[in-house]
Design a protein around this ligand. Sequence first.
Ligand code: PGA
Length: 256
Amino acid sequence: MPARKKIIAANWKMNMTVADTETFLATFRRAVEGVSGVEIVIAPPFTSLPRLSELLGSSQQIRLGAQNFYHEKPGAFTGEVSALMLRELFVRYVIIGHSERRQIFGETDALINKKVLAACATELLPILCVGETLAEREAGKEKDVLRTQLEGALRSVPEEDVLDAVIAYEPVWAIGTGVNATPEQAQDAHAHVRLVLAELYTEAVAKKIRIQYGGSVKPENAASLMSQPDIDGALVGGASLEARSFAQIVRAALRP
Ligand code: PGA
């Protein structure tokens, strides 16, 4: 079976103006020149998507991602953006279920499931985030939490769609804190995610799905995290805002 291609995604969150985006891309492109064999995704704020889409053109090296969308068809949903609007800009991936959306904006597994289904129906590929809080880990419940989140988010999602999805394991206690999960902790969680996927689908399907780690990924820890057998890439917040540090993380994915 061919190895899973590593996928490194930048989640810029509510950072970067259009001008910042242009400066970033110019530096980043030079820094990853000639890099192949790893998929790179940039998920800027909505306001930067049109410009980034224009600048990337038909780039096969760097793909466009969105941080969110609303699952309904176009209509009276003030403040929201539809899947079709993203497709028009050649957005390929969409982050769904990020812990900030769950915690700050109250997104539930049921809503996340609707978004996953709507994304797949529009040919947007979900980057589905799951992860436990510190309290859940301290109570020894992290595996149950991951199972519940995966079962909820993937309800009725057919095999052919889940194969194109990416799962991001992001322990909430590691996001933006500077405290990353150790490679062993992350590997343990990733192996569990793959086990749950095998139960929900088949082992063959589970083996093909890419699982990224997210939470304080930096140039210094990226290679050791990604050397683990079930870690197929990284979803990067803070360290993706600086072109050179994001490029270093991309290059870390190339190491055996
Ligand atoms: P961080 O964020 O890299 O700043 O910890 C990761 C994320 O929230 O996706």
